[in-house]
Design a protein around this ligand. Structure first.
Ligand code: ZN
Length: 405
C-alpha cells in the first residue's frame, strides 16, 4: 500500500484535540484512531502493539537476527489535529496530473495560490491531495503516521535487515500537552525522529526557546470627576507596557532565527488589565535578554505607578533541542544521507515553533523532526502530494538501512 492510501483512510477519522479539556487524551475521538492504528500495526506483524489508557499507541519491531546490537531507532507522529476548520466531515480531493497553477478548493471560494505556496510550481504533474476547502485535510500529522506504517510494511515485506524499530502515535501535540505523558521507557528507543515537518527532505533540530509572559495590572479606580493624581487606569498602564516593547519584534516582523514578543491577548478596564505574551528566540542568551527586558519594564512601571501595580509572571514552555542534538549529530548527518539516497534534496531549517521532539530530547530521547511532504498546516489550505509522501517514506526506510549498516 502507498502512504497516501493510508492518509486517506486516517483523515476521515476526525481527531481534533481540545485545549479546554483536562483529560488525556483531550478528546475521546483520538482513541478511535488509536484503535485503528493498533489493529493495523498488528496486521503488519507488530504483534506487541498496544494503546495505553492515555491514548498513546506503542509498537516495537524486534531487530533482525544478528542485528540486536544496532541502534534502536524510533519514529513518532501525532494523531490529533487542530480544532479549527474541523467541525464537519473531511472530504479529501485527489487531483491527478496537477497543472502547477493556482488551484481552487472545491466550491469553498478559497484558492491555493502560488503566491502563498511557491513550492506548488514544482508539483506540476504530481497528484495533489487537498481538502474541499471547508476543512483542514489532516495531513498534519496523519501523513507522518501513514509514512511510518508504510515504512514498516516495506521493511517487513522486503526483508530489509534492521535494528529494533520503535514506533509511537501520540495524542494532543497541537495543544502542547502530548509529550508530557509520553512513556520514554516503554518506547525503548536510543534515538527518535518525529515526522511532523512540512516538505519532504526537511530536517529540523533547532527550535525556539519558548516562554509565556503575563502582565497583570491592578489599577486604582475612583470617580473620573474627582480622580486628579489619584486614578491609575490599569488599561492605560497596559498600553504603556506594550509600547515599551520593540514594535518590529513581532511574528509578522521576523523570520529565520529572529525572535519576537507576541501579544496573544489583552483584556482590561480601569481596575484590572491583563496582557498575555508568548516570547520566542532560538538563541538562549538572547532569550534571557528578552526576559530581562520584560522584568525591567515591570520594575520601571512599579517605580512610576507604585509597588505592586504591575505583576509579571514568566513560565517556560519548551527549550531549543539543538543543545541536545549537538551531542548526537549523526542523527542529522544520517538524515541528510537518507534524503540523498531517496533522491530528495535535504533541507536543514530552523523551526519557528516547537515539536514534541523538544520535550522528548530533554527527557533523554534525542528526537529531531523530519518533513512529511505536507504544507499549509492548520487551516483549509493543508495539502500534500502522493509523490512527496512516497519520498518522505523512502527517507525513513533509508534511515533504517543506514542505522543497520
Ligand atoms: Zn503537527
Amino acid at each position: 500500500m502507498r502512504a497516501y492510501e493510508r492518509l486517506l483512510k486516517y483523515v476521515v477519522v476526525r481527531t481534533p484535540s481540545d485545549e479546554n479539556s483536562s483529560t488525556v487524551p483531550s478528546s475521546p475521538c483520538q482513541f478511535e484512531l488509536g484503535k485503528i492504528l493498533v489493529e493495523e500495526l498488528k496486521s503488519l506483524g507488530v504483534d506487541n502493539a498496544y494503546m495505553d489508557e492515555k491514548g498513546f499507541v506503542y509498537g516495537k519491531l524486534p531487530a533482525t537476527s544478528g542485528y540486536e546490537d544496532k541502534v534502536k531507532l524510533g519514529f513518532i507522529a501525532h494523531m490529533d489535529t487542530v480544532a479549527d476548520f474541523c467541525d464537519h466531515d473531511i472530504v479529501p480531493v485527489i487531483t491527478e496530473n496537477y497543472n502547477g497553477e493556482d488551484f481552487p478548493l472545491g466550491t469553498s471560494g478559497r484558492t491555493l495560490t502560488l503566491t502563498d505556496f511557491p513550492h506548488l510550481a514544482d508539483c506540476k504533474g504530481r497528484t495533489l491531495i487537498t481538502s474541499d476547502g471547508t476543512t483542514i485535510l489532516g495531513v498534519d500529522d496523519k501523513a507522518g503516521i501513514a509514512e511510518i506504517m508504510t515504512m514498516l510494511e516495506k521493511v517487513i515485506s522486503e526483508n530489509i535487515p534492521h535494528g529494533q524499530i520503535c514506533v509511537a502515535f501520540t495524542p494532543d501535540e497541537e495543544i502542547g500537552t502530548g509529550a508530557q505523558s509520553f512513556n520514554v521507557e516503554a518506547f525503548d528507543a536510543d534515538f527518535g525522529y518525529t515526522l511532523d515537518g512540512d516538505g519532504e527532505g526537511e530536517i529540523q533540530f533547532e527550535n525556539f526557546n519558548a516562554y509565556k509572559a503575563d502582565f497583570e495590572i491592578t489599577g486604582v479606580s475612583v470617580h473620573p470627576g474627582s480622580s486628579k493624581d489619584v486614578m491609575i487606569n490599569a488599561s492605560l498602564v497596559a498600553m504603556e507596557i506594550n509600547s515599551m516593547l520593540p514594535s518590529g519584534e513581532t511574528p509578522r516582523g521576523t523570520e529565520g532565527y529572529e525572535g519576537f514578543y507576541h501579544l496573544m491577548s489583552m483584556s482590561g478596564d480601569v481596575s484590572n488589565a491583563k496582557l498575555s505574551y508568548i516570547v520566542r528566540d532560538h538563541d538562549a542568551s538572547l532569550m534571557t535578554a528578552r526576559l530581562n527586558t520584560l522584568r525591567h519594564i515591570e520594575k520601571l512601571m512599579n517605580e512610576k505607578w507604585g509597588e505592586g501595580i504591575v505583576k509579571l509572571t514568566i513560565a517556560e514552555q519548551y527549550k531549543n533541542m539543538s543543545e541536545i542534538i549537538a551531542t548526537c549529530m549523526h542523527l542529522i548527518d544520517n538524515a541528510k544521507k537518507a534524503c540523498e539516497r531517496a533522491n530528495v534534496v535535504p533541507q536543514v531549517l530552523p523551526i519557528r515553533g516547537g515539536t514534541d521532539g523538544c520535550q522528548l530530547s530533554f527527557r533523554g530521547l534525542p528526537c529531531p523532526n523530519l518533513g512529511t511532504g505536507g504544507h499549509g498546516y492548520h487551516g483549509p489550505f493543508e495539502h500534500c502530494t502522493v509523490e512527496g509522501m512516497d519520498q518522505a517514506t523512502d527517507v525513513i526506510v533509508e534511515l533504517v538501512k543506514i542505522y543497520a549498516e
